[in-house]
Write a protein that binds this ligand. Sequence first.
Ligand code: DQA
Length: 142
Amino acid sequence: MIYVLNGPNLSRLGTREPDVYGAETFDDLRALCEATGRELGLKVEVRQTDDEAELVGWVHEAADGKIPVVLNPAAFTHYSYALRDALAQRTAPLIEVHISNPAAREEFRHTSVVAAVATGTIAGFGLQSYVLALRAMADLIK
Ligand code: DQA
């Protein structure tokens, strides 16, 4: 089992700044992750929340269950020490993903408070960032 966790505003994919995040919807993202999971022989559970407390709770759940996590923390990436501290308790690999390339965008996106507690980061490949992350995770946990 792998959790694919998504932070705020990612439910709005498709209508949200399509020039930055593309035309595909969150349902498309879910389907892509599940299909990639099937290809890799891994069960993938995709979740999204706008709520920091709920996301922190899922991260605790993953830590308790030794469940690997692919995480797009969205805007929490840049400032949520609560999320960072939850992720630091991880007991399995963590891959940070971004659809866009935050390093090529506004200054405030250049900082990730999550990166230092992740196994690695994949950013800038659109929804393919998730496919690459799931493949990397499959290699890490095999
Ligand atoms: C994002 C990049 C973040 O800076 C932004 O706040 C998001 C999405 C991405 O996937 O490109 O919500 O994480």
